[in-house]
Design a protein around this ligand. Sequence first.
Ligand code: ZN
Length: 327
Amino acid sequence: MSLYPWQGELWQRLTAERERLPHALLLHGPAGIGKRDLAMELARWLLCHAPTAGGACGQCPSCLWFGQGGHPDFRLIEPASEAEGAEEGKKGGRRITVDQVREVVEFLTLTSHQGGWRAVVLQPAEGLGIAAANALLKTLEEPPPKTVFLLVSHQPRRLLPTILSRCRKLAVPGPEQATAVAWLRDQAVANPESLLAESGGAPLLALDHAEPERMARRERFLAGLARPEREDLSALAGEYQQRVGEAWAWLIRWLCDVLLCRATGQVRFFIDHVDAIRQAADGMDEARLWAAYRQILSDGRWLQHPLNGQLLLESWLIRYADLGARR
Ligand SMILES: [Zn+2]
């Protein structure tokens, strides 16, 4: 475990003095920039027996426990379905349960194993429903001594005011573009600029997106959008019926790029497909393009529901194909 290159300055500020770390800290910022890893590293540093300015020592018993995921003075609360819930376009199914919160509250009533610090990482904080938040409030407001709560949030505006008011808020910045590109190149990502653009500048998302099978799916899907024929797009809907969320995210970004390209000649997300987007943008009626974009964007709410994914995707793609058909 280590910090990302763009987190050094924030780390220095946070760790200048252990005793002055607030007992409840809310780390917020865009998804995919490493907030969770930063919180985990802070927790590891707090629990470490021989911490330095640079971080945890990595060798003491505490660091070893932490590395094995079983530190007795540490708890991580996150939704059980976090791995699947993280899929793009899917925002449901990311709830932290009341039982998870109660377990941690109870854990904090015991004395710490090491007689030192205890840390709780909770993420995403927007996964706390009202009942789970209520179960946490009292402990969050007055935790036992030497206890630190590290809450992580991608969408702090969705947090309950009762939670927000009990935390010190800290905006976690993402990297500069050049830093992110260099880091992605170090991770052996072949096309860092375009993946970073597609991921809205979030390097960890870009790294996920670099997975070869996904890249192949992306290319097939974008090739379909570049030459929109009704029949081909119907077939595409069949092929992507199990991945409607992924396809939806590509289609929305593509439409954004088409709209932006018409207005400014630039694209934002698919910088490796700028010619195809320019061509698509040429033949489309602006008002109908906006209408389709708004409709498909708002249809994103159906992604959490067990509807017929193929039909939904097909309706979007046919609507898209028709944009270019009637010039
Ligand atoms: Zn250590």
